[in-house]
Write a protein that binds this ligand. Sequence first.
Ligand code: MRU
Length: 356
Amino acid sequence: MKIEGKSYKTIWFENNLVKIIDQTKLPHQFVIKDLKTVKDSINAIKTMEVRGAPLIGATAAYGLVLSIIENNDLSFLKKSSEKLIASRPTAINLKWAVDRMMKKLNGINEEDILKIALNEAKAIKEEDEVFCKNIGLNGLKIIEEISKKKKDTVNILTHCNAGWLATIDWGTATSPIYHAHQKGIKVHVWVDETRPRNQGANLTSYELNEEGISNTVITDNAGGILMQRGQVDMCIVGTDRTLSNGDVCNKIGTYLKALSAKDNNVPFYVALPSSTIDWSIKDHKQIPIEERNSEELSHVEGIDENNEIKKIRIYPQKSKSLNLAFDVTPAKLVTGLITEKGICEASEKGLKGLFK
Ligand code: MRU
């Protein structure tokens, strides 16, 4: 998608370097950063210079490419893969991408390994782009239907950033919105601010603005009243890990939106590429929920009237805080899963129907 009219992807490989858009600087500064080593990749994932399930998967894949360039040694590569998987615990795409790379590289000789690693990382990247595009074309049908019935602007609520910045391009939750906009359907997006890191306000609103899509940032607690007032036609969110029973683990606060949507008969859709499905665990209590630094809660960052980025504390130093980064929305609250292969019920039967 575009920034100031120019098309970008979120990650690319150039002159033996991995290039990323540093998302910790958005929306106030647009900075392209070079990742030179596997350590840089791990750090970019941990500090959330790159974030969003599909994008951290692709960054980890390219991290292994950098690991080979740095030191073409099998034990170094294995250590790199373990560190990459451990860099963030919740999104399954990270492990999925590293496992896929390691499987491909298994038994390959030193001369060929870099070329094969590069091809596989590129394949992961390009596949995600196609999958997200198809998620959009599938989700478009739902928006089209609502638009036909309503004969007015379709109001869509989204949480966090499951936009193109969280993927390679298109996004998951935003892809149907981009496709609808490109088709001339009138859409307006309620953007949950998404405390504490404000990915909604900082990233989703930013990328929708750049594409000329009408959007309004709301506090995380405003979705309920908007739904009661009939001002939300549907919700679309992303996911970091979807279980085979249709339970969905996504950014903290997603569950509360789903409860509110259920209470108000608002359709609640989850958009995902198949790389986000974890077929291996059956119980959501087994999902490792990331707990991040409490400073993300106690401090906020913004730009002042002199265009200077400032970080300030917002509550007493003595106060304790708990910064859980994700929650689980049970399948019973999910109207449907929008995937690259089609839309299905949030259940084992639904998912297995699409992904044999
Ligand atoms: O902590 P983040 O910013 O990486 O969390 C991102 C989300 O929760 C997204 O909704 C999810 O990764 C889906 S991305 C298409």
